[in-house]
Write a protein that binds this ligand. Structure first.
Ligand code: 13P
Length: 253
């Protein structure tokens, strides 16, 4: 029997803000949750500040909001200039890591193989990996969205992925930061395709969370979060304002 999956509302802050604004955002989230504590019973929360803001955010973050990083190195500690290891992320208070975001795939040439290797490192350190998949506008126009996402799942998901250590985020690339969201029908179809593939690939695929990401806002959250197999949201722009981020969580009924 499939357990009820509590929705996860995740805020990817991307490369925005300062030490001061990151700390203020964490404080504002705490104030918002104090005001509406029922949100914590309806949703799990996580935020993903830039690496250099992790510590200051961890000091201000309210109980019930987990901390995560936007990426990690593909190896353990060592002579890898500019990289940040999973050990460092654990030390900084992280419990989640986003892997394979389309911006990392696009601007840093990240491959599914690297994503799988990073996920395995995360599992060793008890970090939950949020593995991102999604097609580009051209791929969708060609009707190849399921082929693309199916291949990403096959290659980027380690066989050791479990419901407790992995979350999938479906983020159609053309919907990120554009104000265009996928239609509820397209989201339903893709999430059901992903669910099917997860069940075929993994023993716990039926219970793994699948988030939707791409221009999630307070005014479309309720409809998106009500779709079958949508187990939460990975929010970019709207996660930079505490009231908008919490309003998205409020869309979870
Ligand atoms: P936006 O919500 O700004 O479209 O970003 C989505 C995203 O990429 C989250 O990881």
């Amino acid at each position: 029997m499939i357990k009820e999956r509590k929705k996860l509302i995740a805020g990817n802050w991307k490369m925005n803000g300062s030490l001061g604004s990151a700390a203020s955002l964490a404080v504002a989230l705490g104030e918002g949750l104090d005001h509406d504590p029922a949100l914590l019973t309806r949703c799990d929360f996580a935020v993903f500040p830039p690496f250099v803001h992790l510590l200051v955010v961890s000091q201000q973050l309210p109980a019930g909001v987990a901390l995560g990083a936007q990426d990690c190195a593909v190896t353990g500690d060592g002579a890898y200039t500019g990289d940040i290891s999973v050990n460092m992320l654990v030390d900084a208070g992280c419990s989640y890591v986003i892997l394979g975001h389309s911006e990392r795939r696009q601007y840093h040439g990240e491959t599914d193989g690297q994503i799988a290797a990073k996920a395995t490192l995360c599992y060793e350190k008890k970090l939950t990996a949020i593995i991102c998949v999604g097609e580009t506008e051209v791929q969708r126009a060609e009707g190849r969205q399921e082929q693309v996402v199916g291949e990403q799942l096959a290659r980027a998901l380690p066989s050791t992925a479990k419901a407790a250590n992995t979350v999938i985020a479906y983020e159609p690339v053309w919907a990120i930061g554009t104000g265009k969201t996928a239609s509820p029908e397209d989201v339903k179809a893709m999430h059901s395709f992903i669910r099917q593939r997860l069940k075929e690939q993994l023993a716990e695929g039926g219970n793994m969370r699948i988030l939707y990401g791409g221009s999630v806002k307070p005014d479309n959250a309720e409809i998106l979060m009500s779709i079958e197999n949508v187990d939460g949201a990975l929010v970019g722009g709207a996660s930079l304002k505490a009231d908008q981020f919490l309003a998205i969580a409020n869309g979870v009924k």
